[in-house]
Design a binder for this molecule. Structure first.
Ligand SMILES: C[S@@+](CC[C@H](N)C(=O)[O-])C[C@H]1O[C@@H](n2cnc3c(N)ncnc32)[C@H](O)[C@@H]1O
Length: 519
């Protein structure tokens, strides 16, 4: 691990020197350069010497303020916090901890003061701190005793209940000390059935970041398939302990392998749906720590990949009664769906292409910029064709794609800009089938290494989200297709806090599913 600069040091001396640098607060980048070690090496050393994965040693935080300034609850499905939040004892010290804005929003939307909240992946106690500040009871666990120690430190601040005035509806509540325990999220046997009012948790994302020094039950040591199997035990326990008609919010992100995205978010949503939950909301949480200029911009173009810049916050709900297989129909059908060939309007010139998985485009020119980004990035030299979903009233005839004998193209762009109404379940099923059919018919007409890009979005039916992007990823399991990217698209200003239904978030994002054709 060490290079010439440190070759005279033994491994032990090297480690001691690095730990001293950490105590002094030297940034990891500088330590890496000075001692010729990687970031991973530093991370592993800290985790094994301290018992948990922290970014800084000997930090003691003085509380400057108990609340975020100018806090406003999120109203749409795109949540974006430019600052991670450093009120009360919150800090970014524990690696991979979540922004306190997330549990704060979830607690305020889905629980009341005095109710019982559980976070079974407690970490440094971000949710527990927010519960204390918002007058909720909290029972939180972590597999790592050192994390629980840290969480206890972070929640041991004093606060008077008079200080806790949130809004007119929530004024004058009590402060409850959180109960913080070492425990395994897969086995909550000491919690009674139907006893928790809200679950709000942030699991490891399979084995992307290790949280302990290889503890047996630490889910951050499981690879994707095993991880999902273990998470199904967590989902089952969640369903058992949660009260009917209450919510369970889980933050999860995707990962990459061999230049392709592994849709861990959608896979974990399936695990919770299989446990009996329904999907009440599917929130996109933007990440702001992505590097998008200079070297990263050049690499993103050269190797044609996007930096992961979003995570998913599915809000599940335990139904009042077990789910019946027959689903009540909604109000509207999409009309008879007609996929037709067409040329999309394009912005002639773009200053720069998008480089992350979240494309925030201006309202003016939204469609033109979107099309231009897709076509410039994914069509290569072989040109493109586009298919638009539209209703029969707008089209003369449905195009018969199999008869269409054009030369092979580098990109097929399937656009569905109409999915914004309150559709029926059967209209959704028809749409999903048609997309699959079109892809299958057109696959031979796409060049090897070419792309298929599908524009789609989540819709709400009878109060629950039908996650059409996830459904498409579930059914497009053709051997020749590799999921390359999941892109989130939204309009500038679309997540500004406009008036909204009190019960539901406004759906403010769509998706592009980018598949690569590998024969
Ligand atoms: C993403 S972190 C949670 C961070 C937390 N939200 C915070 O803000 O500090 C995931 C946590 O899950 C814990 N963990 C891993 N496997 C577990 C298990 N089987 N049961 C409970 N906790 C587990 C890890 O120790 C880690 O602290």
């Amino acid at each position: 691990m060490s290079n010439q600069k440190v070759s005279s040091k033994t491994e032990k001396e090297l480690q001691e020197a690095i730990l001293q640098e950490k105590v002094r607060g030297t940034p990891d980048l500088e330590i890496g350069q000075k001692y010729g070690v990687t970031f991973r090496y530093i991370e592993r050393l800290i985790t094994s010497s301290q018992g948990l994965n922290i970014s800084a040693l000997k930090v003691s935080k003085r509380i400057k303020m108990l609340y975020p300034k100018d806090f406003k609850e999120e109203q749409t499905t795109v949540w974006s916090f430019k600052q991670r939040g450093n009120w009360a004892t919150h800090s970014g010290e524990y690696r991979g901890n979540w922004s306190p804005y997330i549990p704060r929003n979830v607690l305020l939307k889905y629980s009341k003061p005095g109710e019982l909240v559980s976070d079974y992946f407690c970490g440094a106690g971000t949710t527990a701190v927010e519960c204390k500040l918002l007058g909720r009871k909290c029972i939180a666990f972590d597999i790592n005793d050192k994390a629980i120690e840290l969480a206890k430190r972070n929640t041991s601040f004093s606060v008077e209940s008079q200080q806790l005035v949130l809004n007119e509806e929530e004024s004058g509540f009590k402060v409850y000390e959180p109960e913080l325990l070492v425990g395994d999220a897969r086995n909550l046997s000491f919690i009674q059935d139907n006893s928790i009012d809200l679950i709000c948790a942030h699991p490891p994302y399979a084995n992307i970041i290790h949280y302990t020094d290889s503890k047996e039950s630490d889910l951050s040591f499981f690879d994707v398939d095993e991880y999902l199997k273990e998470m199904s035990k967590v989902a089952k326990e969640s369903f058992r302990v949660l009260k009917p008609s209450r919510q369970c919010a889980i933050l999860i992100g995707d990962t990459r392998r061999k230049k392709h995205v592994v849709p861990l978010g959608f896979k974990l949503i399936n695990v919770y749906l299989d446990a009996g939950f329904r999907l009440r909301e599917l929130v996109i949480k933007r990440q702001h720590n992505c590097k998008t200029t200079g070297f990263w911009y050049a690499s993103s173009i050269k190797y044609n990949f996007l930096l992961l810049a979003h995570e998913y916050l599915p809000i599940f709900e335990k139904p009042e009664a077990p789910l019946l297989s027959s689903v009540k129909e909604g109000e509207t059908a999409y009309g008879l769906l007609a996929p037709i060939l067409g040329k999309p309007p394009l912005k002639r010139k773009l200053d720069e292409l998008e480089t992350t998985t979240v494309w925030v485009l201006p309202e003016k020119d939204f469609g033109k910029r979107l099309n231009k980004n897709v076509i410039d990035r994914y069509s290569g030299r072989d040109g493109y064709s586009t298919i638009n979903f539209t209703s029969y009233s707008e089209s003369e005839n449905e195009t018969n794609f199999s008869k269409n004998r054009e030369k092979k193209k580098g990109l097929l762009f399937v656009r569905s800009p109409f999915l914004s109404n309150n559709p029926s379940q059967s209209a959704n099923e028809l749409y999903l089938q048609k997309v699959k059919e079109i892809i299958r018919q057109n696959l031979p007409k796409i060049t090897e290494g070419g792309c298929i890009v599908i524009q789609t979005q989540d819709v709400r039916i009878n109060g629950y989200i039908e996650p059409l992007a996830k459904r498409l990823v579930d059914i497009l399991t053709l051997d020749d297709l590799w999921l390359k990217e999941i892109v989130v698209i939204t309009q500038e200003g679309a997540n500004s806090n406009t008036q909204n239904s009190r019960d539901y978030l406004r759906i403010a994002h769509q998706y592009l599913l980018v598949y690569e054709v590998r024969k």
